[in-house]
Design a protein around this ligand. Sequence first.
Ligand code: EPU
Length: 373
Amino acid sequence: MDKIVIEGGRPLKGKIKIGGSKNAALPLMAASLLTSDKVILTNLPKLCDVKTMDSLLEVLGVQTTLLMNRISMQAKKIKRFEAPYELVRKMRASILVLGPLVARNGKARVSLPGGCAIGARPINLHLKALEDMGAKVKLAEGYVEASCSRLKGARIVFDVVTVTGTENIMMAAALAKGQTIIENAAREPEVLDLANLLNKMGAQISGAGTAVITINGVEKLHGATHRVIADRIEAGTYMIAAAMTRGDVMIEDVETEYVAALIQKLKDIGATIETYANKVRVVGPKEILPTDIKTAPYPGFATDLQAQFMTLLTLANGTSTITETIFENRFMHVPELVRMGADLQVEGNTVIIRGVDKLQSAPVMASDLRASA
Ligand code: EPU
């Protein structure tokens, strides 16, 4: 399917259950490379990216069974240590196999992901951290080659907060010799979920979910079963959709703490929010109030909700601004929204949004996943 047709103009009403988190599932799947035992994940989202990661793991020699929302993965032996361009090109998160492969296998060859619709997205910090842990890293023919007979613990200070960088190094450090301390670590719930699985597998990780993570390397990890956390971005997307259509939606199976920054902004624009254990009800306001937003690493306002919130603010009764601080090119949706009648002006990494009464239908291009939603 390369086209979705939407008949607009209706408030959204009802309830919806949120699926498992994409950005938690992908690193959790990569963690299966760290042990020869079986790792089982449940509450997996049904997504192309999950299938791509499954294919990549199979290429590397992992025996996988993916059935509905459950996957069983067993990496008895790593048969190949290369993540090929064809798969990495499809999904940047393929880079998550780098840390586990070097840690378990002593070497890895992973295609450089290249730029994407939202920015250049370098991986220099992943590589620098692996070097700090004793790996030899070189770039050849568009691939990163990293090797080390056994990684050793190190103090890693990330220049900027990187989610997959933190995850890659946490996985590598789980099997390294000695202690690794990651400073300025990403505090995203998906990082915590990965640490929880790794600890179930026998790793010794503390501090995940804070800016300093300590990992005491162990010789071996074992199998485990784990339920993927709910997708806070999917939940947030429906919350915004409910508010902007002046709807009334109960979003179920969501960790309300993980969407706290969004809840605050939805209250600011006039929505009524009721929170329950694992549920949020969003009632859209009669009149959407303008607000100002700056994206930031967790627990700040997520860049993955920026496009959706901008869409909502196109209908506010005044002028709002959104500043994107994480990705330099994450405004691909701006010209598309303009085609629908939005009044938007880009000034560097800020968009000035002057509210209009109504958006109009138009054919638009889907850029990145979140903007498309
Ligand atoms: N950065 C570097 N060097 C690095 C790594 C990152 O300069 O080595 C920079 C990036 O260019 C960016 C910033 O650091 O400016 C943050 O990037 P980060 O590494 O945190 O992003 P990521 O790990 O590649 C994950 C999510 C993204 C999400 C970002 C930010 C996964 C699989 N992807 O990407 O999700 O936007 O964190 O929260 O977890 C999405 O789901 O739509 C999506 C893009």
